[in-house]
Design a protein around this ligand. Structure first.
Ligand code: SF4
Ligand code: SF4
Length: 126
């Protein structure tokens, strides 16, 4: 189903942050995030990032279950400086299972499915 993202309104369910996968960092982001956390940038890189498989850049490490390392009960611990990849989601990119995982998308689909169907006018009506 193609959902219209112009109505997108994040419900902060954090399902996207629990998904396994890379949260890639732009070149300048380790410094920005480390600064926000009050950490030395080298310590940040060593403890909270990993090399991407193509060895072209860094991504955040995961928690044991696959969620992003910065996901907490209260949400994203680095929200004010979260990576551009997170900011761009889902408008500029989204994973293939977006509609099955994103809380907003699931609600939007449910709403569409329950919309009353408008009866077609009968051609033989008098
Ligand atoms: S950095 Fe924040 S917004 Fe991005 S995946 Fe991690 S918890 Fe979610
Ligand atoms: S899964 Fe969708 S609704 Fe939930 S936090 Fe992520 S973008 Fe927002």
């Amino acid at each position: 189903m193609n959902l219209d993202l112009k109505n997108f309104n994040c419900i902060l369910c954090q399902a996207c942050c629990r998904e396994t996968g890379y949260v890639r960092l732009k070149k300048e982001e380790p410094e920005i995030i480390a600064d926000f956390l009050g950490m030395d940038v080298n310590d940040f890189i060593e403890t909270l990032t990993r090399l991407t498989r193509d060895r072209q850049g860094l991504a955040l490490v995961d928690q044991a279950g696959g969620a992003c390392i910065f996901l907490s009960q209260k949400g994203c611990r680095i929200n004010p400086v979260k990576p551009i990849q997170c900011r761009d989601f889902p408008h500029k990119w989204k994973f293939s299972e977006f509609e099955q995982i994103c809380g907003w998308a699931k609600k939007a689909i449910e709403k569409k499915d329950h919309k009353p169907k408008i009866p077609r006018p009968s051609s033989s009506s008098k």
